[in-house]
Design a protein around this ligand. Sequence first.
Ligand SMILES: Nc1nc2c(ncn2[C@@H]2O[C@H](COP(=O)(O)OP(=O)(O)O)[C@@H](O)[C@H]2O)c(=O)[nH]1
Ligand SMILES: [Mg+2]
Length: 248
Amino acid sequence: MKIVRYSVLMPVYNEARTLRAIVAHVRAMADLTLTIVPLASEVPETVRLEQEIIAVDDGSRDESPAILRELATAGELRAFFHAQNQGKGAAIRTAIQHATGEILLIQDADLEYDPRDYPRLLEPILEGRSPVVYGSRFLGGPRKAMYFRHMLGNKLLTLVTNILYDSILTDMETCYKCFRREVLDGVPLRARRFELEPEITAKILKRGYRIYEVPISYAGREYAEGKNITWRDGFPALWALIKYRFVD
Ligand SMILES: Nc1nc2c(ncn2[C@@H]2O[C@H](COP(=O)(O)OP(=O)(O)O)[C@@H](O)[C@H]2O)c(=O)[nH]1
Ligand SMILES: [Mg+2]
């Protein structure tokens, strides 16, 4: 049986409320065996997936670092720590440096995205349909009906992406981004904060990859539950989309 190792990259900033639960949900997917049909083949193949979790604490001021140390000691994940808060982009960049899997999958530490979607995200990569898969919240998957203004902001940023990079994505800002690690080899990543999503997307599209989208489920959280992103984060995202159209 073929064994493929994938790394779950988890940025963590003040997520003590959900951290143990999300790690448990990710670990529940640790023993995945998938039957796939590679694109260039006629026979199904069984693949066993080996999971590693790389969590990066981004200077949290709550109990997150202590929880991560405990989980790391218990062998549930590998944890790395930023001395100061730098932003999601910086946390993902640290995680990429330590990941050893041939496939990388980004997983936020809140409970908005559901690890039970992993087979859907991994299959197209394993089958050779595309080395990059995004889980889309706008392809008919089950979802909690969240804020209208967020949906509008997401659709606007996705539209700008499609116009500038000649694509037909439905959800550029999704946190569920999954890729073969070679896709990012030699790709400079500069984002420190939430501009990471447009930066990665822009650079992947510019290199000629076609992104494969699959429907995922989504349970957005309320601001009272710790949701951070606001309309203000839209501006750096828009700027990143325009800038990376012209520079690398
Ligand atoms: N807001 C925020 N999230 C960070 C930061 N560094 C890492 N993260 C993590 O990045 C992920 C996405 O952030 P989140 O606040 O959930 O974004 P939102 O759900 O879109 O509001 C979460 O797993 C955070 O813990 C940071 O500086 N600020
Ligand atoms: Mg979130």
